[in-house]
Write a protein that binds this ligand. Sequence first.
Ligand SMILES: O=C(O)CCC(=O)C(=O)O
Ligand SMILES: [Fe+2]
Length: 247
Amino acid sequence: MFNDLFAEVSQGFGTKNYTSTVPSFGRGHEIVVPHGKLIYIPQFIDQKIADRTLDVFFENDQYAWNETNWHNVENINDLVWKNIAWHQDTIKMYGKEHTLPRVSAWYGDTGKSYKYSGILLHPKPWSPALLWMREQLQKVSEHHFNSVLLNWYRSGQDHLSWHTDAEKELGKNPTIASLNFGEARRFVLRRNDDHSDKIEISLGHGDLLIMQGELQHYWQHSVPKQAKISKGRLNMTFRQIHSPTEL
Ligand SMILES: O=C(O)CCC(=O)C(=O)O
Ligand SMILES: [Fe+2]
């Protein structure tokens, strides 16, 4: 028992072997990096609820979510989604339209619109399931989240390129809490000024990761392609959006 606890305390993360301690939640890892903090709690949501989350969040009138090759489904935006209004967005870059390599949905307090990858998003009102998820986060964070962006990576082909969540609507040092379900994917952080300084965390079914402090100013993050993965992953990132008057 003592050895287990000790192993947890001393586990190092990333190329620089950053040390971690056990967060006040009682298990998991609190990783202090230069200019930021990460809290990583594997299986924060227990497996039964995590399984159920996938069934509920992907319920629709036509396809079994886990038995479908979603890259072949062209009318994702027109399906009758029972609980989450999934939408595949297109962005314009250098005058050309690009379909985003993932599917997303945006929920939160109404009136908190948000610009993301050049798209202006208007959140849909909270559902009981999303509010329940948000409530769970209070066990680890006193932070108030008023919106959530849901990302659905249909397979290992879907990905998210290097970026920071530093939009001004998020305030100066945003706390961002990410809940993950389905297939585990690599979540990689790298320092803006030294790309060899990397931290990689596998975010699997029920896992929680919180990014806080100055992290968004000094570190980028990404979810790289993983060619061998054929199944889907659901990610929800809870954020606090400030109204223009609060900025
Ligand atoms: O899918 C993830 O783990 C990360 C999502 C993310 O970084 C974002 O939505 O900004
Ligand atoms: Fe992000």
